[in-house]
Design a protein around this ligand. Structure first.
Ligand SMILES: NC(=O)c1ccc[n+]([C@@H]2O[C@H](COP(=O)([O-])OP(=O)(O)OC[C@H]3O[C@@H](n4cnc5c(N)ncnc54)[C@H](OP(=O)(O)O)[C@@H]3O)[C@@H](O)[C@H]2O)c1
Length: 406
Protein backbone atom coordinates (compact mmCIF):
# COMPACT_ATOMS: atom_id res chain seq x y z
CA UNK A 1 0.00 0.00 0.00
CA UNK A 2 2.72 2.42 0.96
CA UNK A 3 4.53 1.77 -2.28
CA UNK A 4 1.39 2.46 -4.23
CA UNK A 5 1.09 5.84 -2.67
CA UNK A 6 4.61 6.96 -3.30
CA UNK A 7 4.90 9.73 -5.83
CA UNK A 8 6.14 8.80 -9.27
CA UNK A 9 9.08 11.06 -8.55
CA UNK A 10 10.09 10.77 -4.91
CA UNK A 11 10.69 14.49 -4.69
CA UNK A 12 8.64 17.41 -5.89
CA UNK A 13 10.17 19.96 -8.25
CA UNK A 14 12.74 22.11 -6.53
CA UNK A 15 12.61 24.95 -8.96
CA UNK A 16 11.82 28.25 -7.35
CA UNK A 17 9.95 29.55 -10.37
CA UNK A 18 6.24 29.59 -9.66
CA UNK A 19 5.49 28.22 -13.10
CA UNK A 20 7.30 25.05 -12.13
CA UNK A 21 6.16 25.11 -8.52
CA UNK A 22 2.47 24.86 -9.37
CA UNK A 23 2.09 21.67 -11.38
CA UNK A 24 0.46 18.87 -9.47
CA UNK A 25 2.87 16.04 -8.70
CA UNK A 26 1.75 12.76 -10.24
CA UNK A 27 0.71 10.22 -7.62
CA UNK A 28 -0.37 6.77 -8.59
CA UNK A 29 -3.28 6.83 -6.21
CA UNK A 30 -4.19 10.48 -6.54
CA UNK A 31 -5.42 11.12 -10.04
CA UNK A 32 -5.40 14.78 -10.96
CA UNK A 33 -8.60 16.45 -10.01
CA UNK A 34 -10.37 18.36 -12.70
CA UNK A 35 -11.03 21.10 -10.16
CA UNK A 36 -8.98 24.09 -11.25
CA UNK A 37 -8.33 27.10 -9.04
CA UNK A 38 -10.49 29.98 -10.14
CA UNK A 39 -8.58 32.86 -11.69
CA UNK A 40 -11.53 34.88 -12.87
CA UNK A 41 -11.21 38.54 -11.97
CA UNK A 42 -13.43 39.17 -8.98
CA UNK A 43 -13.16 35.56 -7.93
CA UNK A 44 -15.54 32.62 -8.08
CA UNK A 45 -18.24 31.97 -5.62
CA UNK A 46 -18.12 28.41 -4.42
CA UNK A 47 -20.66 27.99 -1.71
CA UNK A 48 -19.15 25.78 0.79
CA UNK A 49 -21.62 23.63 2.61
CA UNK A 50 -23.58 22.80 -0.48
CA UNK A 51 -20.57 22.27 -2.73
CA UNK A 52 -20.51 18.52 -2.29
CA UNK A 53 -23.26 16.10 -1.46
CA UNK A 54 -22.17 13.55 1.11
CA UNK A 55 -22.19 10.04 -0.13
CA UNK A 56 -23.49 7.69 2.56
CA UNK A 57 -20.65 5.75 4.08
CA UNK A 58 -21.46 2.27 5.24
CA UNK A 59 -20.44 1.78 8.86
CA UNK A 60 -18.49 -1.35 8.00
CA UNK A 61 -16.45 0.61 5.44
CA UNK A 62 -15.08 2.81 8.22
CA UNK A 63 -14.76 0.59 11.30
CA UNK A 64 -12.87 3.30 13.22
CA UNK A 65 -16.15 5.18 13.66
CA UNK A 66 -17.42 2.54 16.06
CA UNK A 67 -14.24 2.55 18.17
CA UNK A 68 -13.92 4.51 21.41
CA UNK A 69 -11.61 7.59 21.14
CA UNK A 70 -9.01 5.80 23.27
CA UNK A 71 -8.60 3.22 20.51
CA UNK A 72 -8.29 5.68 17.65
CA UNK A 73 -5.06 7.31 16.54
CA UNK A 74 -5.23 10.73 14.92
CA UNK A 75 -2.35 12.16 12.91
CA UNK A 76 -1.94 15.94 13.14
CA UNK A 77 0.31 18.04 10.89
CA UNK A 78 0.76 21.75 11.55
CA UNK A 79 0.60 20.68 15.20
CA UNK A 80 2.89 23.52 16.31
CA UNK A 81 0.75 26.30 14.82
CA UNK A 82 -1.78 28.55 16.52
CA UNK A 83 -4.76 26.27 15.82
CA UNK A 84 -2.81 22.98 15.56
CA UNK A 85 -1.66 23.17 19.20
CA UNK A 86 -5.25 23.57 20.38
CA UNK A 87 -6.40 20.75 18.11
CA UNK A 88 -3.81 18.40 19.63
CA UNK A 89 -4.94 19.35 23.13
CA UNK A 90 -8.61 18.92 22.29
CA UNK A 91 -8.05 15.50 20.73
CA UNK A 92 -6.04 14.41 23.79
CA UNK A 93 -8.76 15.79 26.08
CA UNK A 94 -11.28 13.60 24.24
CA UNK A 95 -9.08 10.58 24.79
CA UNK A 96 -7.65 10.06 21.29
CA UNK A 97 -4.12 8.86 20.75
CA UNK A 98 -2.37 11.65 18.88
CA UNK A 99 0.64 11.51 16.58
CA UNK A 100 1.84 15.08 16.01
CA UNK A 101 4.29 15.98 13.26
CA UNK A 102 6.71 18.84 13.90
CA UNK A 103 9.87 20.32 12.42
CA UNK A 104 13.01 19.92 14.52
CA UNK A 105 12.90 23.73 14.95
CA UNK A 106 9.30 24.90 14.96
CA UNK A 107 7.34 28.06 15.60
CA UNK A 108 7.96 31.45 14.01
CA UNK A 109 11.61 31.63 12.90
CA UNK A 110 12.18 28.18 14.43
CA UNK A 111 12.26 29.48 17.99
CA UNK A 112 11.02 26.24 19.62
CA UNK A 113 13.40 23.39 20.41
CA UNK A 114 12.33 19.73 20.03
CA UNK A 115 12.19 19.39 23.84
CA UNK A 116 9.87 22.38 24.14
CA UNK A 117 7.54 20.93 21.49
CA UNK A 118 7.44 17.48 23.11
CA UNK A 119 6.61 19.05 26.44
CA UNK A 120 4.03 21.45 24.94
CA UNK A 121 2.18 18.67 23.08
CA UNK A 122 2.51 15.93 25.73
CA UNK A 123 1.28 13.24 25.93
CA UNK A 124 0.99 13.25 22.13
CA UNK A 125 3.67 11.24 20.34
CA UNK A 126 5.73 13.80 18.46
CA UNK A 127 7.37 12.70 15.21
CA UNK A 128 9.99 15.13 13.90
CA UNK A 129 9.92 15.17 10.14
CA UNK A 130 9.73 17.27 7.00
CA UNK A 131 6.24 17.53 5.54
CA UNK A 132 7.66 19.05 2.38
CA UNK A 133 9.46 15.76 1.62
CA UNK A 134 6.87 13.01 1.03
CA UNK A 135 9.37 10.17 1.25
CA UNK A 136 10.88 11.40 4.51
CA UNK A 137 7.45 12.03 6.03
CA UNK A 138 6.18 8.55 5.29
CA UNK A 139 9.44 6.92 6.41
CA UNK A 140 9.55 8.88 9.68
CA UNK A 141 5.91 8.14 10.46
CA UNK A 142 6.18 4.48 9.51
CA UNK A 143 9.29 4.08 11.63
CA UNK A 144 7.96 5.67 14.77
CA UNK A 145 6.03 2.62 15.91
CA UNK A 146 2.63 4.16 16.67
CA UNK A 147 0.66 1.59 14.67
CA UNK A 148 -2.18 2.38 12.27
CA UNK A 149 -3.66 5.83 11.93
CA UNK A 150 -7.46 6.13 11.81
CA UNK A 151 -7.92 9.79 10.95
CA UNK A 152 -5.79 12.83 10.15
CA UNK A 153 -6.10 16.55 10.78
CA UNK A 154 -4.04 18.97 8.73
CA UNK A 155 -3.48 22.45 10.21
CA UNK A 156 -0.52 23.27 7.97
CA UNK A 157 -0.33 26.76 6.55
CA UNK A 158 2.33 28.88 4.97
CA UNK A 159 3.51 31.13 7.80
CA UNK A 160 3.95 34.09 5.48
CA UNK A 161 1.53 33.54 2.60
CA UNK A 162 4.25 34.12 -0.03
CA UNK A 163 3.56 32.79 -3.51
CA UNK A 164 5.87 29.81 -3.60
CA UNK A 165 5.57 29.00 0.10
CA UNK A 166 1.78 28.81 -0.29
CA UNK A 167 2.08 26.13 -2.97
CA UNK A 168 4.83 24.36 -1.02
CA UNK A 169 2.84 24.18 2.23
CA UNK A 170 -0.90 24.80 1.64
CA UNK A 171 -0.92 22.50 -1.36
CA UNK A 172 2.03 20.13 -1.61
CA UNK A 173 2.89 19.52 2.07
CA UNK A 174 -0.83 19.13 2.74
CA UNK A 175 -1.05 16.60 -0.08
CA UNK A 176 1.91 14.76 1.47
CA UNK A 177 -0.04 14.61 4.73
CA UNK A 178 -2.96 13.00 2.92
CA UNK A 179 -0.64 10.61 1.14
CA UNK A 180 1.14 9.53 4.34
CA UNK A 181 -2.11 9.34 6.31
CA UNK A 182 -3.69 7.09 3.68
CA UNK A 183 -0.61 4.88 3.63
CA UNK A 184 -0.93 4.45 7.40
CA UNK A 185 -4.62 3.55 7.12
CA UNK A 186 -6.47 6.83 7.73
CA UNK A 187 -10.08 6.69 6.55
CA UNK A 188 -11.02 10.29 7.38
CA UNK A 189 -9.18 13.56 6.76
CA UNK A 190 -9.97 16.95 8.30
CA UNK A 191 -8.52 20.02 6.59
CA UNK A 192 -8.18 23.40 8.25
CA UNK A 193 -9.00 25.68 5.32
CA UNK A 194 -10.43 29.20 5.36
CA UNK A 195 -13.79 30.74 4.47
CA UNK A 196 -12.02 33.21 2.19
CA UNK A 197 -11.18 30.49 -0.37
CA UNK A 198 -14.72 30.88 -1.70
CA UNK A 199 -13.46 34.07 -3.39
CA UNK A 200 -9.90 33.14 -4.30
CA UNK A 201 -7.80 36.13 -5.27
CA UNK A 202 -4.66 35.17 -3.36
CA UNK A 203 -2.10 32.48 -4.01
CA UNK A 204 -2.56 30.64 -0.70
CA UNK A 205 -6.32 30.51 -1.35
CA UNK A 206 -5.76 28.96 -4.78
CA UNK A 207 -3.35 26.44 -3.24
CA UNK A 208 -5.88 25.49 -0.55
CA UNK A 209 -8.70 25.20 -3.07
CA UNK A 210 -6.57 22.98 -5.24
CA UNK A 211 -6.01 20.66 -2.30
CA UNK A 212 -9.72 20.66 -1.43
CA UNK A 213 -10.21 19.34 -4.96
CA UNK A 214 -7.72 16.55 -4.30
CA UNK A 215 -9.65 15.52 -1.19
CA UNK A 216 -12.94 15.35 -3.07
CA UNK A 217 -11.25 13.34 -5.82
CA UNK A 218 -9.85 10.86 -3.32
CA UNK A 219 -13.28 10.42 -1.66
CA UNK A 220 -14.83 9.86 -5.09
CA UNK A 221 -12.14 7.29 -5.90
CA UNK A 222 -12.47 5.37 -2.62
CA UNK A 223 -15.93 5.27 -1.01
CA UNK A 224 -14.38 4.07 2.27
CA UNK A 225 -12.57 7.41 2.57
CA UNK A 226 -14.24 10.59 3.82
CA UNK A 227 -13.15 14.14 4.54
CA UNK A 228 -14.27 17.34 6.23
CA UNK A 229 -13.07 20.70 4.97
CA UNK A 230 -13.35 23.25 7.79
CA UNK A 231 -13.48 26.84 6.56
CA UNK A 232 -13.41 29.16 9.57
CA UNK A 233 -13.95 32.90 9.58
CA UNK A 234 -11.49 35.15 11.49
CA UNK A 235 -9.53 33.91 14.49
CA UNK A 236 -9.40 36.01 17.64
CA UNK A 237 -5.63 36.48 17.21
CA UNK A 238 -6.22 38.30 13.92
CA UNK A 239 -8.46 40.87 15.60
CA UNK A 240 -6.56 41.46 18.82
CA UNK A 241 -3.61 43.32 17.31
CA UNK A 242 -4.81 46.80 18.27
CA UNK A 243 -6.00 46.14 21.83
CA UNK A 244 -2.77 47.08 23.56
CA UNK A 245 -2.20 50.17 21.39
CA UNK A 246 -5.73 51.44 22.06
CA UNK A 247 -5.31 50.68 25.75
CA UNK A 248 -2.25 52.97 25.73
CA UNK A 249 -4.40 55.80 24.38
CA UNK A 250 -3.92 55.41 20.62
CA UNK A 251 -6.84 55.64 18.18
CA UNK A 252 -8.27 52.54 16.49
CA UNK A 253 -7.13 52.28 12.86
CA UNK A 254 -9.52 51.00 10.19
CA UNK A 255 -9.99 51.17 6.43
CA UNK A 256 -12.70 53.30 4.82
CA UNK A 257 -15.69 53.81 7.06
CA UNK A 258 -14.89 50.65 9.04
CA UNK A 259 -17.79 48.80 7.42
CA UNK A 260 -16.02 47.41 4.36
CA UNK A 261 -15.82 43.93 5.84
CA UNK A 262 -17.21 41.83 8.68
CA UNK A 263 -16.52 38.49 10.31
CA UNK A 264 -17.84 36.14 12.98
CA UNK A 265 -14.70 35.62 15.06
CA UNK A 266 -14.08 32.16 16.50
CA UNK A 267 -11.79 31.27 19.39
CA UNK A 268 -9.02 28.72 19.05
CA UNK A 269 -10.67 26.41 21.61
CA UNK A 270 -14.05 26.50 19.88
CA UNK A 271 -12.48 25.90 16.48
CA UNK A 272 -10.38 23.04 17.83
CA UNK A 273 -13.53 21.51 19.29
CA UNK A 274 -15.37 21.84 15.96
CA UNK A 275 -12.43 20.22 14.16
CA UNK A 276 -12.37 17.36 16.67
CA UNK A 277 -16.15 16.87 16.18
CA UNK A 278 -15.45 16.25 12.48
CA UNK A 279 -13.66 13.00 13.23
CA UNK A 280 -16.66 11.02 14.42
CA UNK A 281 -19.65 13.06 13.28
CA UNK A 282 -21.04 11.40 10.14
CA UNK A 283 -23.04 14.55 9.40
CA UNK A 284 -19.73 16.32 8.77
CA UNK A 285 -18.35 13.68 6.41
CA UNK A 286 -17.66 14.65 2.78
CA UNK A 287 -18.66 18.23 3.48
CA UNK A 288 -17.18 21.67 3.22
CA UNK A 289 -18.03 23.40 6.48
CA UNK A 290 -17.84 27.18 6.85
CA UNK A 291 -17.84 28.07 10.54
CA UNK A 292 -17.83 31.18 12.71
CA UNK A 293 -18.09 31.91 16.40
CA UNK A 294 -21.25 32.80 18.36
CA UNK A 295 -23.21 36.02 17.88
CA UNK A 296 -23.68 38.32 14.94
CA UNK A 297 -21.03 39.39 12.45
CA UNK A 298 -18.89 42.36 13.50
CA UNK A 299 -17.36 45.08 11.33
CA UNK A 300 -14.02 46.70 12.26
CA UNK A 301 -16.02 49.78 13.35
CA UNK A 302 -18.08 47.64 15.73
CA UNK A 303 -14.95 45.92 17.02
CA UNK A 304 -13.34 49.32 17.69
CA UNK A 305 -16.47 50.62 19.43
CA UNK A 306 -16.55 47.49 21.58
CA UNK A 307 -12.94 48.03 22.58
CA UNK A 308 -13.47 51.67 23.60
CA UNK A 309 -16.60 50.72 25.54
CA UNK A 310 -14.68 48.05 27.47
CA UNK A 311 -11.94 50.58 28.21
CA UNK A 312 -14.52 53.17 29.29
CA UNK A 313 -13.22 55.71 26.79
CA UNK A 314 -14.60 57.90 24.03
CA UNK A 315 -14.09 56.18 20.62
CA UNK A 316 -11.30 57.65 18.49
CA UNK A 317 -10.70 56.32 14.98
CA UNK A 318 -8.22 56.82 12.18
CA UNK A 319 -9.89 56.09 8.85
CA UNK A 320 -7.39 55.05 6.17
CA UNK A 321 -8.62 55.26 2.56
CA UNK A 322 -8.51 51.80 0.97
CA UNK A 323 -7.16 53.42 -2.22
CA UNK A 324 -3.82 53.80 -0.46
CA UNK A 325 -3.46 50.03 -0.55
CA UNK A 326 -4.49 49.89 -4.20
CA UNK A 327 -1.74 52.35 -5.05
CA UNK A 328 0.83 50.40 -3.07
CA UNK A 329 -0.17 47.11 -4.73
CA UNK A 330 -0.06 48.72 -8.18
CA UNK A 331 3.51 49.90 -7.55
CA UNK A 332 4.65 46.56 -6.05
CA UNK A 333 3.01 44.54 -8.85
CA UNK A 334 4.81 46.67 -11.42
CA UNK A 335 8.14 46.35 -9.65
CA UNK A 336 7.70 42.57 -9.25
CA UNK A 337 7.50 42.24 -13.03
CA UNK A 338 10.99 43.71 -13.27
CA UNK A 339 12.38 42.37 -9.99
CA UNK A 340 10.89 38.89 -9.36
CA UNK A 341 12.27 39.05 -5.81
CA UNK A 342 9.45 41.49 -5.01
CA UNK A 343 6.75 38.97 -5.94
CA UNK A 344 6.04 38.18 -2.28
CA UNK A 345 5.97 41.83 -1.25
CA UNK A 346 3.25 42.40 -3.87
CA UNK A 347 1.38 39.32 -2.61
CA UNK A 348 1.54 40.55 1.01
CA UNK A 349 0.04 43.85 -0.15
CA UNK A 350 -2.81 41.93 -1.80
CA UNK A 351 -3.33 39.89 1.37
CA UNK A 352 -3.63 43.11 3.39
CA UNK A 353 -6.03 44.60 0.84
CA UNK A 354 -8.15 41.45 0.81
CA UNK A 355 -8.62 41.34 4.58
CA UNK A 356 -9.29 45.07 4.73
CA UNK A 357 -12.17 44.84 2.28
CA UNK A 358 -13.56 41.29 2.02
CA UNK A 359 -15.81 39.88 4.70
CA UNK A 360 -14.95 36.56 6.31
CA UNK A 361 -18.51 35.31 5.88
CA UNK A 362 -20.29 32.89 3.56
CA UNK A 363 -21.05 34.32 0.13
CA UNK A 364 -24.73 33.89 -0.58
CA UNK A 365 -24.94 32.36 -4.08
CA UNK A 366 -28.35 33.94 -4.64
CA UNK A 367 -27.35 37.52 -3.90
CA UNK A 368 -23.59 37.35 -4.44
CA UNK A 369 -23.28 39.18 -1.08
CA UNK A 370 -21.62 38.09 2.13
CA UNK A 371 -24.22 36.80 4.55
CA UNK A 372 -24.12 36.87 8.33
CA UNK A 373 -27.19 34.59 8.50
CA UNK A 374 -25.75 31.98 6.16
CA UNK A 375 -22.51 31.73 8.15
CA UNK A 376 -23.00 29.01 10.79
CA UNK A 377 -22.03 29.73 14.39
CA UNK A 378 -20.35 27.37 16.80
CA UNK A 379 -19.04 27.56 20.34
CA UNK A 380 -19.43 29.98 23.22
CA UNK A 381 -16.35 32.24 23.35
CA UNK A 382 -17.02 35.83 22.32
CA UNK A 383 -14.68 38.48 20.98
CA UNK A 384 -15.83 40.78 23.78
CA UNK A 385 -14.67 38.29 26.38
CA UNK A 386 -11.37 37.90 24.52
CA UNK A 387 -10.84 41.68 24.40
CA UNK A 388 -11.56 41.85 28.16
CA UNK A 389 -8.90 39.24 28.80
CA UNK A 390 -6.33 41.00 26.59
CA UNK A 391 -7.08 44.32 28.33
CA UNK A 392 -6.61 42.60 31.70
CA UNK A 393 -3.64 40.34 30.96
CA UNK A 394 -2.06 41.75 27.79
CA UNK A 395 -1.62 39.96 24.48
CA UNK A 396 1.26 37.87 25.86
CA UNK A 397 -1.12 36.31 28.39
CA UNK A 398 -3.37 34.93 25.66
CA UNK A 399 -1.24 32.04 24.47
CA UNK A 400 -1.38 33.33 20.95
CA UNK A 401 1.99 32.06 19.95
CA UNK A 402 3.69 34.52 17.66
CA UNK A 403 1.74 36.47 15.15
CA UNK A 404 2.07 35.32 11.59
CA UNK A 405 0.84 37.41 8.70
CA UNK A 406 -2.77 36.21 8.94
N1 LIG B 1 -5.97 33.96 10.96
C1 LIG B 1 -7.25 33.87 10.66
O1 LIG B 1 -8.07 34.71 11.09
C2 LIG B 1 -7.75 32.72 9.83
C3 LIG B 1 -9.09 32.60 9.61
C4 LIG B 1 -9.58 31.51 8.88
C5 LIG B 1 -8.70 30.57 8.41
N2 LIG B 1 -7.39 30.72 8.63
C6 LIG B 1 -6.51 29.71 8.08
O2 LIG B 1 -5.88 29.02 9.15
C7 LIG B 1 -4.60 28.66 8.76
C8 LIG B 1 -3.58 29.27 9.71
O3 LIG B 1 -3.67 28.57 10.90
P1 LIG B 1 -2.69 28.97 12.07
O4 LIG B 1 -2.90 30.41 12.42
O5 LIG B 1 -2.85 27.95 13.13
O6 LIG B 1 -1.26 28.85 11.33
P2 LIG B 1 0.18 29.02 11.94
O7 LIG B 1 0.11 29.39 13.38
O8 LIG B 1 0.93 29.91 11.02
O9 LIG B 1 0.77 27.52 11.86
C9 LIG B 1 1.19 26.98 10.65
C10 LIG B 1 1.64 25.55 10.87
O10 LIG B 1 2.16 25.05 9.63
C11 LIG B 1 3.51 24.64 9.83
N3 LIG B 1 4.36 24.96 8.66
C12 LIG B 1 4.36 26.09 7.95
N4 LIG B 1 5.31 26.02 6.99
C13 LIG B 1 5.91 24.81 7.13
C14 LIG B 1 6.95 24.14 6.44
N5 LIG B 1 7.58 24.70 5.39
N6 LIG B 1 7.32 22.93 6.86
C15 LIG B 1 6.70 22.35 7.91
N7 LIG B 1 5.69 22.92 8.60
C16 LIG B 1 5.31 24.14 8.21
C17 LIG B 1 4.01 25.44 11.01
O11 LIG B 1 5.11 24.74 11.55
P3 LIG B 1 6.28 25.53 12.36
O12 LIG B 1 5.75 25.76 13.75
O13 LIG B 1 7.41 24.58 12.31
O14 LIG B 1 6.53 26.82 11.63
C18 LIG B 1 2.77 25.44 11.91
O15 LIG B 1 2.67 24.23 12.58
C19 LIG B 1 -4.36 29.21 7.37
O16 LIG B 1 -4.62 28.19 6.48
C20 LIG B 1 -5.37 30.30 7.26
O17 LIG B 1 -5.77 30.51 5.93
C21 LIG B 1 -6.88 31.77 9.33
Amino acid sequence: MAALLLPVSSRLPKSTAIASARPTPRFLSFPLTTAKPCRRRGGCSILASSATSPSPVAAEAQPFRSLPPSETTVLVTGATGYIGRFVVRELLRRGHRVVAVARPRSGVRGKNSPEEVVSDLAPARVVFSDVTDPGALLADLSGSGHGPVHAAVCCLASRGGGVQDSWRVDYRATLHTLQAARSLGAAHFVLLSAVCVQKPLLEFQRAKLRFEGELAAEAARDPAFTYSVVRPTAFFKSLGGQVEAVKKGNPYVMFGDGKLCACKPISEEDLASFIADCIFDREKANKVLPIGGPGKALTPLEQGEMLFRLLGREPRFIRVPIQIMDGLIWVLDGLAKVFPGLEDAAEFGKIGRYYASESMLVLDPETGEYSDEKTPSYGKDTLEHFFEKVIREGMAGQELGEQTIF
